[in-house]
Design a binder for this molecule. Structure first.
Ligand code: ZN
Length: 338
């Protein structure tokens, strides 16, 4: 009897799994094979493969510029973590995109301070949206900056602990490991590898975790060099990276993508001023530490923009316009900081 129950249960699980896979829709993923572009899309659980025109997507992406000045308006958010539906609601209500998901922020700069990957179910959709917005913004004199957070580095370096189960199924259907969907032989993989980790716009520094005093005691703060060093590390094995101080300095707890000290350590104003002076900035904007809303600490020297979008319920955007700061709420109401 117990054996029968077990068999029935297993059959039901199997049917559930099969119907789940049949319903799966995902992609596109575009692979670069020799000089050809091969697109794979999952439609109702089946992989559709199509050879694209060679001109359909670029095969190389120049490294992003690290420094911008004279920017009059900026919008910033972070830690989307696969919550595409909520993210587009926030972006639409705050005028960054229109109802057709096209760029609507004019000459503004839109900064995503990392962590699009992991946890939630719609990562690929978000990446393609940002990819498209980036080109549309350029045509309008604006700019999209997608900075890499610890979860981008984790996925690209094959640390798949936080990947949503939907993508493990997609990987199985495509017969590839999840990190291979974004490796250096894919369009989005090459695009990701052109992105920065640290960005300067006017007197603001943007970085996923933060710049710590410990980091600054070991590494001189040259944004271009830091970005190039981080880019170069993506496809190098952990053991090779760990053979020098590099891994602890850049990927450690006080490194730019993992640091949480602005919120978790008992820092004095002097410490923050020291970091600002060494980074030649007046404000630092970070994600990575989650709060219920966009927050401002240390008299507005530090902004935390991870407003817990990852929970899929609420989120905010930070506006920086002509030296003033506002929180853009989910419904698009602009609120001043208290
Ligand atoms: Zn993070």
């Amino acid at each position: 009897m117990n054996t029968l129950k077990l068999v029935v249960k297993l059959v039901l699980i199997f049917i559930g799994y099969v119907s789940y896979c049949q319903e799966l829709n995902d992609g596109p993923y575009v692979f670069i094979e020799n000089k050809n572009l091969i697109q794979k899309t999952i439609v109702d659980g089946k992989v559709i493969t199509k050879k694209l025109k060679r001109s359909a997507y670029p095969k190389t992406f120049a490294p992003e510029m690290s420094t911008f000045s004279g920017v009059k308006k900026m919008a910033v958010l972070s830690d989307i973590h696969g919550q595409y539906d909520l993210a587009i609601e926030i972006l639409m209500n705050n005028g960054i995109i229109d109802k057709e998901l096209n760029w609507n922020f004019g000459k503004g700069h839109f900064v995503i301070v990392g962590d699009i990957f992991d946890r939630g179910p719609k990562v690929n959709e978000m990446l393609w949206l940002i990819y498209r917005l980036e080109q549309q913004a350029k045509h309008k004199g604006g700019h999209v900056h997608f900075l890499l957070g610890n979860h981008e580095y984790m996925v690209m370096r094959n640390d798949l602990r936080y990947v949503h189960e939907r993508y493990l199924e997609a990987g199985q259907l495509l017969n590839l490991e999840y990190d291979e969907l974004y490796d250096k032989n894919t369009v989005l993989g090459r695009w990701l590898r052109s992105k920065s980790t640290v960005l300067r716009i006017n007197n603001h520094v943007f970085v996923h975790g933060g710049i710590s005093q410990d980091f600054l005691s070991k590494i001189s703060f040259d944004i271009d060099v830091i970005n190039e060093t981080m880019r170069a590390s993506i496809d190098i094995s952990k053991s090779e990276l760990k053979s020098t101080e590099f891994y602890t300095n850049y990927y450690g707890k006080t490194g730019p993508i993992w640091y949480r000290g602005y919120f978790n350590d008992d820092l004095e104003h002097n410490d923050i001023d020291d970091v600002l002076s060494k980074t030649n900035s007046e404000h630092i904007v970070v994600g990575h530490c989650s709060f219920d809303e966009v927050i401002r600490v240390y008299d507005g020297k530090i902004f935390g923009v991870d407003s817990s979008i990852k929970k899929g319920e609420y989120g905010e955007i930070l506006f920086i316009e002509h030296g003033s700061y506002y929180r853009g709420t989910k419904d698009g109401t602009k609120k001043e900081f208290e």
